[in-house]
Design a protein around this ligand. Structure first.
Ligand code: VG1
Ligand code: CO
Length: 557
């Protein structure tokens, strides 16, 4: 038995999980009792346990970012206080988000705690994050995150177990009072799962038969380094020069571990200058991916559509289980809708955030889904999965190359030829004034409710429909309102404006534009050039510059 101390505490403002967990500056988490308050609220809100976290088995993982070591000790103390029976923890707390989702499912755990702020930078002056996942392995739905927030607003007492410092670097099982702590290697189970999904031999023989085909994987100093090294170097036998930045670092080596053309510039440059045929990167916690090729960038919206198109031919998992429905987040381009239509399967449009796919997958109605924000995945787990997407692409390349030599750009062009091309781009305006950003969105909401936008023509585009996206979950009937301003034009083009729910400072405005073309002469065009007129319309309608003072976005993807 270990002693449980009751300590009085005061609620902190703003412990409201956003799109994906609670993300704040490390300094905020370092305030006395801030982390304890949130973890206790989270444990008390667990839906599946026998009253709070009593007798729960929880998987604990994360990207190993700065401050994780301290928070692991807090989790032990709070778990003792709440009567958790077992913690299954990755060595040094390191387990990627998708790997943790798999372990929760495989070990039939009550849920999981993930210590990560995903693609947000780490280090003493940057971000930390905590996320709860349920027994299905997926991010807690809004009903649970709202409960956590409610508990956090009224918390008065902490129950903390009096435990010695636990050493998380040694594999094996140890007992701390009534709590069992099992420390595991976070990579093994994941690699085993990937072997069940993909045909490793087919990928290996592709590399063996195409010795001139070179790939480069960038772990961005995040959690996927050890996974990438295991897969590409140890399993596929590729040279060490096939991977870069594969040692996880608490501050990501100062990098912003977000795989896009701006922040993964080192990879983009290496692929260009050293003539790689295939390049891929993953984010801090391993759930995002970026795919590039020789003179080719695959937008995440195209990527998920292409994976869905080839799934049943190139990936054993889908040969066996079939493809029972597709889904995308609302701002993601409609390229995948066209694939669903051709395949004759259901297709869903959900709000931003992976938690909205979970119910559809649990109900067997969604096999493959994706978000424009470099998130791609399937129902093998309940998180998006960066390395899964990379392996899916390698499987497609191996499959297509059985007939003729084809690189990433050839695969893109073949897809456009069949379906047409959905040009897509996102502009991010980071750290703008929160109130002004709200005002900008509220003005649009007001215009929508007064029906002022419909039939209006701006810059040659006539608005067919404008709304603030609302989602009715077809499985549990829950409704999520205010998920983004959506302006749809008569030619099918779309503009979407929403505020980010993952930032930790000020507000981030996201502006998404999409334009469809079935004119083959345009398929090889630069997306930014073709989308410029639509961007101008979006800027005019939103009055973004007037509200935020920004002339240029922080990041374009
Ligand atoms: C962003 C993306 C969203 C993604 C979320 C979490 O949210 O737009 O698509 O699901 O990040 O990704 P927001 O609210 O900032 O737009 V990650 O890799 O944190 O887990
Ligand atoms: Co992530």
């Amino acid at each position: 038995m270990s002693n449980i101390k009751t300590v009085s505490t005061e609620p902190f403002e703003g412990q409201k999980p956003g799109t994906s967990g609670l993300r704040k500056r490390v300094k905020v988490f370092q305030q006395n009792h801030y982390t304890e308050n949130f973890i206790q609220a989270m444990l008390e809100a667990i839906p599946e346990a026998d009253g709070g976290a009593k007798n729960a088995t929880l998987v604990v993982g994360g990207d190993g970012r700065y401050y994780s070591d301290q928070v692991l000790q807090v989790i032990v103390k709070c778990s003792l206080g709440q009567g958790v029976s077992k913690l299954i923890v990755g060595r040094n707390g390191i387990v990627s988000t998708p790997a943790a989702s798999n372990i929760i499912r495989k070990r039939k755990a009550t849920g999981g705690i993930l210590l990560t702020a995903s693609h947000n930078p780490g280090g003493p002056d940057n971000d930390f994050g905590i996320k709860y996942n349920c027994s299905n392995g997926g991010p807690a739905p809004e009903s649970v995150t709202n409960k956590i927030y409610e508990i956090s607003k009224n918390i008065k007492e902490l129950k903390l177990g009096d435990a010695p410092k636990v050493d998380f670097s040694k594999l094996g099982t140890q007992q701390v009072g009534n709590l069992t702590i099992e420390i595991i290697d976070g990579v093994d189970d994941y690699v085993e799962l990937m072997k069940e999904i993909f045909d490793f031999d087919a990928i290996k023989s592709f590399f063996a038969n195409n010795k001139d085909f070179k790939m480069l994987f960038d772990g961005m100093n995040g959690v996927t380094g050890p996974y990438g090294h295991r897969l590409f170097v140890e399993e596929f036998g590729l040279p060490e020069s096939s991977v870069m930045r594969c040692v996880p670092k608490p501050d990501f080596g100062g990098a912003h571990p977000d795989p896009n053309l701006t922040y993964a510039h080192d990879l983009v440059e290496a692929v260009e200058k050293q003539g790689f045929d295939f390049g891929a990167a993953s984010d801090g916690d391993g759930d995002r991916n970026m795919i590039i090729g020789k003179k080719a960038f695959v937008t995440p919206s195209d990527s998920v559509a292409i994976i869905a198109h080839y799934a049943k031919e190139a990936i054993p998992y889908f040969m066996k289980h079939g493809v029972n429905g597709l889904a995308r987040s609302m701002p993601t381009s409609q390229a995948i809708d066209l694939v669903a239509k051709k395949m004759g399967v259901e297709n869903f449009e959900v709000p931003t955030g992976w938690k909205f796919f979970g119910n559809l997958m649990d109900a067997g109605r969604c096999s493959i889904c994706g978000e424009e924000s470099f998130g791609t995945g399937s129902d093998h787990i309940r998180e998006k999965d960066g390395l899964w997407a990379v392996l899916a692409w390698l499987s497609i390349i191996a499959y297509v190359n059985k007939d003729k030599k084809a690189g990433v750009q050839d695969i893109l062009q073949a897809h456009y030829k069949l379906y047409g091309r959905n040009f897509f781009s996102r502009y991010d305006y980071e750290e703008v004034d929160g109130q002004r950003a709200e005002d900008m969105v509220n003005r649009l909401r007001d215009q929508i409710s007064k029906k002022e936008l419909e039939n209006k023509t701006v810059g040659g585009f006539t608005i067919a429909k404008a709304d603030d996206f609302e989602y009715l979950d077809p499985i549990d009937g829950s409704v999520s309102k205010n998920q983004g301003i959506r302006i749809i034009f008569k030619d099918g083009s779309r503009i979407i404006i929403r505020l980010s729910g993952t930032g930790s400072q000020g507000a981030t405005v996201r502006l998404y534009v999409e334009k469809y073309s079935s004119n083959a002469a345009e398929y090889a065009d630069d997306a930014q050039v073709g989308l410029k007129p639509l961007i101008d319309v979006a800027l005019e309608l939103s009055q973004l510059e007037k509200y935020t003072g920004r002339k240029e976005p922080t990041v374009i993807t």
